[in-house]
Design a protein around this ligand. Structure first.
Ligand code: FAD
Length: 458
């Protein structure tokens, strides 16, 4: 299907694609193309300023490998840039084309291939919520999902995500074993399809669709539990943080999520306001229903009060889950209330994380509002990642706040840049990642401008 053609440069090349591939599902309507060229980069005032007007010339939504192959081949022959998109819930303009061209929307390529004990394989465009619906009957669920699991795709999680709910057990997605392998297509006139396993597959992870088009992913699964969702509320910052830390460490309490919200973050969660008294500090958790008693005991020992409690059946019936108040959903809820806020992403040193969080609160409290997520790091150690809310004033002050964190040993995964190396990757790309880029995208057509050495052609 082809909408009426209204495109910007390079018009002739993209027009040629439309003529060559008339049976492909094309979107050329200007407002739809504009929408499908954006993600959640608007969380950052810096990225919003830089990216809000960038867009593709057209969007294609292929449904089969043959359609993807035909599109890739035609783009290479006409030298049209390709920006791969899952559901566009990324935060760094990852799916926003800087050089026009085609947005390749993968959501039509979405079949589950198989589920086995501990592992599943699916096409990259499957939504994570849909994938879990299909693994649950086997008693299994995904090991770590972003709070956007309802709409986010498997390929998008791999290409642009980090981890999320479940990372308290399994660490980030990058931890060996969470992704076992993938099948990817090269960006060539005669595209090749190649299976990569283990560490080699991970060289495409969090590269924002710049060094390979992932067709299928094989991912580790975890045993599914009926999860009890709770909020425990506290009067004191230290008690809440200590409880979160104790719960995260408690080896006998089976859990999927532990998040710490320092005051006034809970005041920004309007939909939960009935359960969060103004000015409180809170810990949000998902623990196995069988572990409710030890959870309640631990909360009481830290002076906390359980103010919200929903069983798995209640969660399913209401279709409201606390998972959608964690990770960057906390930021989203806060931004709905206060548009002047932005956020940071940082990681703390395992074992020193409580001390570092407390220090940052005393240095920057009031301007930087602490929201920390407990998780295991790549070595399996319990620590925190934080997605602090920031009362934004100027870009210079934002840089200063990041510097203050770095000077105190807190790692900043800068969410205010659209260059891969300047964000979570932090520094130069490893040579093996660059080699994969050259192998899979020899003409540099994938998401140009996102890797430092592959700028947008002048
Ligand atoms: C409210 C909110 C909460 C969030 N919470 C989390 C969280 O808890 N954890 C987390 O990790 N992230 C989180 N994110 C970021 C994002 O939602 C996730 O990373 C999500 O998994 C991205 O999936 P997507 O399908 O929307 O990907 P997209 O945004 O469409 O794509 C992300 C990147 O992956 C690339 N890509 C997509 N598909 C492919 C493919 N098949 N082959 C190669 N590259 C591909 C794209 O080019 C892009 O660079 C959050 C974002 C928001 C807005």
């Amino acid at each position: 299907m082809t909408d009426s053609i209204t495109m910007n440069a390079p018009v002739s090349a993209v027009e040629q694609l439309l003529l060559e591939l008339p049976d492909l599902d094309w979107i050329t309507d200007e407002s739809r193309v504009a929408r499908l060229s954006q993600d959640f980069a608007w969380f950052s005032p810096v990225l919003n300023r830089q990216l809000k007007d960038k867009r593709a010339d057209a969007v294609a939504r292929p449904r089969t490998e043959e359609e993807i192959r035909a599109l890739v081949s035609a783009c290479v022959r006409h030298r049209v840039p390709i920006t791969i998109r899952g559901s566009g819930t990324g935060n760094y303009g990852q799916t926003t084309p800087l050089a026009g061209g085609v947005v390749l929307d993968m959501t039509g390529y979405n079949t589950l291939q198989w589920v086995r004990p501990g592992v599943a394989r699916a096409q990259a465009g499957i939504r994570l919520g849909e994938l879990e619906k299909q693994t649950r009957p086997t008693g299994q669920e995904l090991r770590c999902v972003p709070s956007t699991y309802r709409s986010a795709t498997l390929g998008g999680l791999f290409g642009g995500g980090f981890g999320g709910v479940g990372s308290i057990n399994f660490g980030p997605l990058a931890a060996p074993g969470n992704v076992l392998g993938l099948r990817a297509m090269t960006i060539e006139a005669e595209p090749q399809v190649i299976e990569l396993r283990g560490a080699e597959a991970m060289r495409m992870h969090h590269l924002w669709g710049t060094n390979g088009l992932v067709l299928e992913l094989e991912v580790g699964l975890a045993p599914a539990h009926p999860w009890l969702e709770t909020l425990v509320s506290f009067d004191a910052f230290d008690a809440a943080l200590a409880f979160g830390n104790a719960l995260a460490h408690a080896p006998g309490i089976v859990k999927r999520e532990v998040a710490f919200f320092a005051s006034p973050v809970p005041d920004h969660l309007a939909q939960l306001s009935q359960h969060l008294a103004p000015g409180c500090h809170a810990v949000l958790s998902l623990v196995a229903e069988s572990c409710e008693e030890p959870l309640a005991g631990l909360a009481a020992a830290h002076g906390g009060q359980i103010t919200y409690r929903k069983t798995a059946a209640e969660v399913q019936k209401s279709n409201r889950t606390l998972m959608e108040f964690t990770w960057n959903h906390t930021t989203l809820h806060a931004l709905k209330l206060d548009k002047s806020l932005t956020y940071l992403q940082s990681s703390f040193v395992p074992g020193k994380h409580v001390e570092q969080i407390t220090e940052m609160e005393s240095l920057l409290g009031g301007e930087v509002l602490m929201h920390a997520e407990f998780l295991r790091n790549l070595d399996g150690l319990i620590t925190c990642s934080a997605l602090q809310l920031v009362r934004f004033t100027t870009e210079a002050r934002l840089d200063e706040i990041m510097r203050i964190h770095r000077e105190r040993g807190v790692r900043i995964n800068n969410p205010h840049t659209f260059i891969v190396e300047d964000g979570k990757a932090g520094g130069d790309l490893p040579p093996e990642v660059v080699a994969l880029k050259r192998r899979f995208d020899p003409q540099g057509l994938l998401n140009p401008g996102k890797l430092r050495d592959w700028p947008v052609a002048a």
